[in-house]
Design a protein around this ligand. Structure first.
Ligand SMILES: [Zn+2]
Length: 179
């Protein structure tokens, strides 16, 4: 086998190759310096993709991120309260669990604002757990590193109940940036 293409290496790490193809690839790659290097870079991809999640996620997706990175913790925030998302330990994401009365909600929308209330990211449709009364927000260290978002943000949560929009709470999140 000659040097595999990047596409083939990606397919290998995503588990998409047949066993025979995977074996043939391994036979070449682990005896070839340049391919070992390329392969190691590729191996980090599924992990990076797993963290490329939308800002509001399901409870199950939160559990998946915690399984991938033990530094990801869940912090519960009551309406009107403040939570701390700590990235100083190198975690790629932190989960902020917003507690709200979501009984009867057909949809939930979250608006990401600066602390003074200026909207930064307009309303996004958010998955929510109506029974538990929770919305799980995944803060990403990536955005802080690139200074795409301020360290102090406020989330405004609205629910659509019986076709009517109502405020269910305002939640403050302070971020400790990655070192
Ligand atoms: Zn090679």
């Amino acid at each position: 086998m000659s040097h595999p293409s990047g596409e083939l290496l990606a397919a290998y790490w995503l588990g998409e190759l047949s066993e025979a193809d995977a074996l043939a690839l391994e036979e070449h790659v682990f005896g070839c310096g340049p391919c070992t290097t390329a392969s190691a870079r590729m191996a980090a991809l599924p992990r990076a993709l797993a963290f490329a999640v939308p800002p509001v996620i399901t409870t199950a997706e939160g559990t998946r991120l915690q399984a991938l990175d033990a530094r990801v913790v869940r912090t519960h925030i009551a309406p009107g309260a403040r939570g701390l998302a700590d990235f100083s330990g190198g975690a790629e994401a932190q989960l902020m669990v917003l507690e709200a009365d979501l009984r009867g909600a057909e949809r939930v929308e979250v608006t990401l604002c600066a602390r003074d209330g200026t909207p930064l990211i307009p309303r996004v449709d958010a998955p929510f757990d109506a029974d538990a009364g929770t919305i799980t927000v995944a803060c990403r260290g990536y955005y802080l590193k690139n200074q795409a978002l301020p360290l102090e943000i406020t989330l405004q949560v609205e629910a659509i109940v019986a076709g009517e929009r109502r405020q269910v709470g305002t939640f403050d999140i302070d971020h400790i940036p990655p070192v």
